[in-house]
Write a protein that binds this ligand. Structure first.
Ligand code: PMP
Length: 401
């Protein structure tokens, strides 16, 4: 039940009990990064307070043990998204993963890439640099215009770069349908799953996705670790971004042989402790259960929308009650296009940490809103009472505007 769960979460997440200047903190910025459970931090500590050896380079016992743990997390990730261990590459974050794909495919400006208008900058700028980009239009109710998507596919793009769940609206696209359409047009499908893998179980194999990226820090894990999934036969053909130690089988003065995938993409000493932390965060999420997480998100998202609907001073970006949404809500306050002061009051007077601005999706926000948006986002440790506190506080602030 809720009471017992809350008790457990408060014990596990020290961030939930933090006070600043005697004021309780309400953390409503989980779409930016999540709070961390003790179990995850302990996994990192265990590494540094133990024999914190390097991996994969030598034969001593400590190194072998750490290498096994590190590779064990690769299989945990593979189980999570339903692929093989050799299809999981550890990188720094979603951004680096998408950059690796965009540069490693060796595209040219004559190649077309289809992107979503509501893409995060990290699923837009790497493509803009590598190729020619077409954006799928957004409908009046802030959804993907599927007819326009179909018409863009007719120009035979090399790549379709999708975002499974928007960090702005919290709305999920119909991924199976959009992947199928892209495949029928012969495109490679790259999915930014930074906002979805932490929240929903998905199978890259069933969906027939070619590349998929996400970050540990948005799923209770540490910063500095991201995952790139790639079909093994496609990873084989991808050009690595970095070369050096750890990625080669044999080196001569004028030639080298790359290691097999995925190791050839992990040059230099990786974020070993971070990967072990990600392992612990996956264990924690599996312990809560992805069915629970999905339902909890859904309930929270619906509650956010209901509460927003009671306020006529704000306008929600996509207020469709039937949309497939997570626990993220963004809105504008028309009488206050710049929301810096509102966000500052929410923080300093009410202890509420939420996000304002263009949310790393500036072209999209600028096209749908005259100014900034305010975003609230929750995760497994967020409850309806936190959302009530947010809207009650916002009411007070807006009454002074
Ligand atoms: N894509 C989406 C949809 C995101 O929400 C984010 C993080 N805000 C990113 C990509 C980038 O993630 P990271 O900063 O971990 O690279």
């Amino acid at each position: 039940d809720n009471g017992q769960l809350k008790e457990k979460l408060i014990k596990d997440f020290p961030g939930l009990s933090k006070e600043i200047d005697g004021q309780q903190v309400y953390y409503l910025d989980s779409a930016a990064t999540t709070l961390k459970p003790r179990q995850m931090v302990e996994a990192i500590n265990d590494y540094y307070l133990g024999v914190s050896a390097n991996i994969h380079r030598g034969k001593h016992f400590a190194l072998e043990e750490v290498s096994n743990q590190y590779e064990g997390v690769r299989y945990k990730v593979a189980n999570l998204i339903d692929c093989s261990g050799n299809e999981v590459v550890f990188l720094r974050n979603t951004t680096e993963a998408i950059n690796l794909v965009a540069s490693g495919l060796n595209l040219s400006k004559t190649d077309r890439v289809v992107c979503m208008a509501e893409s995060h900058h990290s699923n837009m700028l790497p493509w803009l640099q590598a190729a020619s980009v077409d954006y799928i239009r957004v409908t009046d109710d802030f959804c993907v215009d599927l007819e326009h998507y179909q018409s863009l596919l007719a120009s035979k793009p090399k790549v379709v770069a999708l975002t499974h769940c928007s960090n702005v609206t919290g709305i999920y696209i119909d991924l199976p349908l959009m992947v199928k359409m892209a495949k029928a047009a012969g495109a490679l499908v790259v999915v930014d799953a930074a906002q979805s893998v932490p929240h929903r179980k998905l199978s890259v194999s069933e969906l027939d996705i070619d590349f998929l990226a996400f970050s540990a820090h948005k799923m209770l894990g540490p910063t500095g670790v991201g995952v790139l999934y790639g079909k093994s036969q496609l990873l084989e053909k991808l050009t690595p971004l970095n070369l050096g130690g750890g990625v080669v089988d044999w080196v001569e003065f004028d030639a080298f042989t790359l290691r097999k995938v995925p190791h050839r993409f992990e040059a230099g000493t990786p974020n070993i402790s971070g990967v072990l932390g990600l392992g612990a965060s996956i264990d924690y999420l599996n312990g809560l259960g992805f069915d629970f997480i999905r339902e909890h998100d859904k309930r929270l998202g619906r509650f956010m929308l209901e509460q927003a609907g009671k306020r006529d001073y704000l306008q929600v970006l996509n207020s469709d009650p039937d949309a497939d949404r997570g626990a993220v809500l963004s809105f504008t306050i028309p009488k206050s296009p710049n929301l810096d002061d509102v966000a500052r009051y929410l923080s300093d007077s009410f202890g509420i940490m939420c996000r304002n601005g263009h949310l790393c999706a500036q072209p999209y926000i600028s096209s749908v809103s005259p100014g900034q948006v305010l975003r609230v986002s929750g995760y497994v440790y967020t409850f309806e009472s936190d959302i009530e506190h947010f809207f009650d506080s916002l009411d007070q602030i807006v009454s002074f505007l």
